[in-house]
Structures are given as structure tokens and as C-alpha cells.
Write a protein that binds this ligand. Structure first.
Ligand code: HEC
Length: 326
């Protein structure tokens, strides 16, 4: 699906409705009256249905994934015209449309921002209708880095302001490639942007491993929600959810891209698979014997570190770094 978004120049700072500047932290006086301060960004914005929102520039917010109707409604109230996703998940284009907004999808990994993707991000920020809401999943790492480096390369913010965006978002310094992308961002000349033949898509192809991870992540979140709560604990549902997560691990192993990964990647994937098989058995047993499934606690912790271990080695290393970190 191609977004027919016209190319054009940055049409000046977006007009953010006066009442909405109330939202910007520090702009609200005791009496609740909006004190408009130009150039107050970057600043945190307090929102009810969106997490980690930061006003990076007059024309751009960064933040977390809009998860439901209420989050899209809030984006509309913020005056947002275009949503830019750098997440691996397929954007909810239909819901955005329902609220009168378009999507631009430029997925990123945690390993940094390639030169081409940086150009595309800058091109998008310059040409799409504003204000823009730029999001990743949690609004902390990839989205903040993309917003900071994109605005920096267009000369919209200074290097100090770009660093402030990462600080406010709480970007993990462990994502060295994301920090490098911001620290090494330089001004992209207008002529280069004009000459670039970039087509912006509402839904872009996502690398197969990233797509599989989106499913793994959602299933893992559901497993935690279901099975860590003591009050409404249902071991059968937890067993089924463990099975589902294990299936996603199995599917990951079948991807062509994964065949090319180093042995250690396979070892970690298989380790996760067997932890989940054990957890499923334990949940089923606890259902039969009607005992609390405390034994599955260790499994949950083991899966959590399984995700982390693989990411540290294969996901979070800067671009160009080959294989696992020393
Ligand atoms: C065997 C290795 C491995 C395991 C185990 C693993 N991951 Fe991943 N994960 C990766 C790699 C590699 C990427 C980067 C993919 C890319 O960007 O192409 C990734 C990316 C992700 C992403 C980002 C997707 C995006 O939007 O680009 C999320 C979220 C994620 N993993 C969640 C999880 C969770 C939750 C677990 C554990 C339940 C987990 N992963 C287990 C290797 C792993």
C-alpha cells in the first residue's frame, strides 16, 4: 500500500492548538492557564492513553505505540496529522484512517540506523503533514533515536537537544548503535533530500526475524499478564499460552534468515523452546493437582533471561558489528 504523500518542504512549525500546549510539562501554571513558551521542546508531555510522549520539536512528538482507540483519539486531540512508525509491527493503518491520520512505516532494528534509513526518516519528517507522532514500541529507544537524529539532520534541533530527547525518553545506553546514530547525525543538505527518490509506504516489509519477534513479544506479554497474577490464576490457560509461545520459537527456527545465524543463536532458541515445554508440563500438572504453580516461576525468569541473552548478542549490537559481541 503506497501512501500518496506529496513531497514538499517543511511547511514551517506545525500549529499545535493553543489549548494543547497545556499538556507540555512545565507550561502549565498553578492556575491551569497555558503559558506558551516557544522553543520549550524537547519536553515530556503528559498524556492519558499514550506512553512516554516527548515533544521533540514544534512539529514532532515521539512516544510509544498507540495501542487502542483511546490512543488514536488522543493523537487526534494532540492535532497529529501523520503517524510515523519505526516499529517492526505492522501499523494499524485502518484505525489511524478512522481518526483521519495517515501512517508512514520505516521499521528499524535496535542495532542502529542505516544511512539510507536515516535519509528516509529525514525525508519523511520534512515532507509529511505535521504535527507528526513518531513511535516505536515502548517509545524509549528506537523512536526517540529516530526522532532525535531525524530532527538533528534537518537542523530542527541542536545536538544538545537531541541528547536531551534520549535522556527524557530513557534510551538505554546499551543500544550503542542508536546512540551512535544520534551522535554521528549530520545535517543532510536540502539538495540531497530533493534528489532522493524516496517512496513512503504506510506498511513496509519487515525482516522475517523482526516479524517473528513481534509475535513472540505479544505472546510473552500475554503469558506474563495471565500467569503472574495470583488472583485470577488459571493454569490451563497458562499452559496453553506457554505452548503458543513455544510454537513461535519453533517457527522462528524454521525461517530462512535464521538458518544463516551463528550456532549460539540456535542454541539460545532451542533453550527457550525446552524451557517453555517444561513450563507447559508444570502448568498442566499444577492444574491436575490443584497446587499453586510456584515451580513455573523459575521458568518465567529463565525465559526473561533467554530473551535478554539473545538480544544482547544478536539484536543490540551496532550495525556492521559482525556476530556476537566479544
Ligand atoms: C534466539 C534469539 C532470540 C530470542 C530467544 C529472542 N529474541 Fe527477540 N530478537 C532477536 C533478534 C535477532 C531481533 C532483531 C530482529 C531484527 O531487527 O531484524 C529481535 C527483536 C526483538 C524485538 C523487536 C522487534 C521489532 O520491532 O523490530 C522484540 C520486541 C523482541 N525481539 C522480543 C523478544 C522477547 C519478548 C523474547 C523472549 C520471550 C525474545 N525476543 C527472544 C533475537 C531473539
Amino acid at each position: 500500500m503506497v501512501a500518496s504523500i506529496p513531497r514538499g518542504r517543511l511547511d514551517g512549525p506545525a500549529v499545535i492548538p493553543l489549548c494543547l500546549c497545556l499538556i507540555a510539562v512545565g507550561l502549565l501554571s498553578d492556575s491551569g492557564i497555558c503559558i506558551q513558551q516557544p522553543n520549550a521542546a524537547p519536553a515530556k508531555v503528559s498524556t492519558s492513553n499514550l506512553k512516554n510522549v516527548i515533544q521533540v520539536h514544534d512539529s514532532l512528538f515521539s512516544g510509544a505505540l498507540p495501542e487502542n482507540e483511546a490512543s488514536f483519539a488522543e493523537l487526534k486531540r494532540l492535532g497529529v496529522k501523520t503517524i510515523m512508525s519505526v516499529d517492526g509491527m505492522i501499523p494499524n493503518v485502518a484505525l489511524a484512517k478512522q481518526y483521519g491520520m495517515r501512517y508512514v512505516h520505516l521499521p528499524l532494528g535496535y542495532d542502529g540506523i542505516s544511512k539510507q534509513r536515516a535519509l528516509e526518516i529525514a525525508f519523511a519528517i520534512r515532507s509529511i503533514p505535521k504535527p507528526i507522532y513518531l513511535h516505536c514500541h515502548h517509545g524509549k529507544h528506537r523512536g526517540a533515536a529516530a526522532a532525535a537524529s531525524g530532527c538533528l539532520s534537518l537542523g530542527l534541533i541542536s545536538p544538545e537537544e537531541a541528547n536531551r530527547v534520549l535522556n527524557l525518553a530513557g534510551t538505554n545506553p546499551g543500544f550503542r548503535g542508536l546512540y551512535d546514530a544520534v551522535n554521528n547525525a549530520s545535517r543532510i543538505p536540502d539538495a540531497e533530500l530533493d534528489a532522493s527518490q524516496i517512496t513512503l509506504l504506510e506498511i513496509s516489509p519487515v525482516p522475517a526475524i523482526a516479524e517473528s519477534m513481534t509475535a513472540i513479544d505479544a505472546t510473552w506479554e500475554a503469558l506474563k499478564r495471565e500467569c503472574e497474577s495470583k488472583s485470577d490464576f488459571n493454569p490451563i490457560r497458562c499452559a496453553n499460552q506457554s505452548l503458543l509461545l513455544r510454537e513461535h520459537y519453533v517457527e522462528l527456527g524454521r525461517l530462512q534468515e535464521v538458518q544463516r545465524m551463528p550456532l549460539e543463536f540456535h542454541r539460545l532458541r532451542e533453550k527457550g523452546e525446552s524451557i517453555l515445554a517444561r513450563m507447559e508440563t508444570q502448568f498442566r500438572r499444577s492444574a491436575e493437582e490443584a497446587v499453586p504453580a510456584d515451580s513455573t516461576r523459575a521458568g518465567m525468569i529463565a525465559i526473561e533471561s533467554n530473551c535478554k541473552e539473545c538480544h544482547t548478542l544478536f539484536r543490540d549490537v551496532p550495525k556492521g558489528a559482525s556476530g556476537p559481541k566479544p
